[in-house]
Design a protein around this ligand. Structure first.
Ligand code: A3P
Length: 299
């Protein structure tokens, strides 16, 4: 597999804001293009807050769409199979929206955008969307390690500093609380399948079947078993088309923290101090008051 060479020093991204949400400067610079993106009625959008299990869901969806044909799923990296609509790749310079435009239908795309930043054509075209949410504590931990290893992310600071940034929404793609709540409300008015990382972990068969039903796809039992097998954490960790080892180490330094890091529920207990846990819970109570959305912090 070809690895993209990086011939310049990789610097951490500058940031800007769109609609009150922190994004990289590169994304802000092309915001008009992203907003004007033309969705089609048979597009599928996989939406998540970053580190909530996007890649996992992308693999499950692709395997369903490819009738469990593993060779077909290895045709390209996750990045190239399902364009990341708001992203700007450097060297080679590729815009997610342009990659999606060049793709034949039916297209599956990925986004981390907050619900109010999703290009309006997705709503106008009544596209199907799959949203995956992960409990905030594990999401925070996973994001911290991702910030450390991905040299395109802004500086994470110390664990304590990152903790504060996360709970005050001063991280890329903004407030986790607003993200999960916004999409939760939107699911009542649009064709959105809202799933939880913890549920997929607990019972992948049940959750994969929900996705199949949503995609109106019927598959034989042996195909379903194959999908369950190939989308397990350990198997995906060694899949070069899904584990992000195709990204040069100057950008994603997997010796700092692997992209496929632990893949478990409850790792926050290995990171949070008692005081941080209390602080998180008290912020959580305030920010999540009034929503029917609930999370499981452990299984
Ligand atoms: P951890 O850092 O907690 O291990 P995203 O794809 O949205 O960036 O999310 C990445 C997170 O999902 C990482 O979490 C990663 O290990 C986890 N993940 C990826 N594939 C997984 C799988 N098949 N099963 C469980 N977790 C998975």
């Amino acid at each position: 597999m070809e690895r993209v060479m990086v011939d310049c020093a990789v610097t951490r991204s500058e940031t800007g804001e769109v609609g009150g949400v922190l994004l990289t400067k590169q994304v802000c610079d092309i915001w008009d293009k992203i907003w004007a993106f033309q969705a089609k009625p048979d597009d599928l959008l996989i939406a998540t807050y970053t580190k909530a299990g996007t890649t996992w869901t992308q693999e499950i969806v692709d395997m369903i769409q490819c009738d469990g044909d593993i060779e077909k799923c290895k045709r390209a990296t996750t990045f190239d199979r399902q364009p990341f609509i708001e992203w700007v790749r450097e060297k080679p310079h590729i815009l997610g929206v342009e990659q999606a435009e060049a793709m034949p239908s039916p297209r599956t795309m990925k986004t981390h955008l907050a619900v109010h930043l999703v290009p309006p054509s997705f709503w106008e075209q009544n596209c199907k969307m799959i949203y995956v949410a992960r409990n905030g504590k594990d999401n925070l931990v996973s994001y911290y390690h991702f910030y450390r290893m991905n040299q395109r992310m802004p500086e994470p600071g110390t664990w304590e500093e990152f903790f504060e940034k996360f709970i005050t929404g001063k991280v890329l793609w903004g407030s986790w609380y607003d993200h999960v709540k916004g999409w939760w409300e939107a699911k009542d008015h649009h064709r959105i399948l809202y799933l939880f990382y913890e549920d997929i972990k607990e019972n992948p068969k049940r959750e994969i079947q929900k996705i199949m039903q949503f995609l109106e796809k019927e598959l034989e039992k042996d195909v379903l078993d194959k999908i369950i097998h190939y989308t397990q954490f350990e198997v995906m960790k060694s899949n070069p088309m899904a584990n992000y080892t195709y990204v040069p180490p100057e950008i994603m330094d997997q010796t700092i923290s692997p992209f496929m890091r632990k893949g478990i529920v409850g790792d926050w207990k290995n990171h949070f101090t008692v005081a941080q846990n209390e602080r998180f819970d008290s912020e959580y109570r305030q920010k999540m008051a009034g929503t029917s959305l609930t999370f499981r912090m452990e299984l």
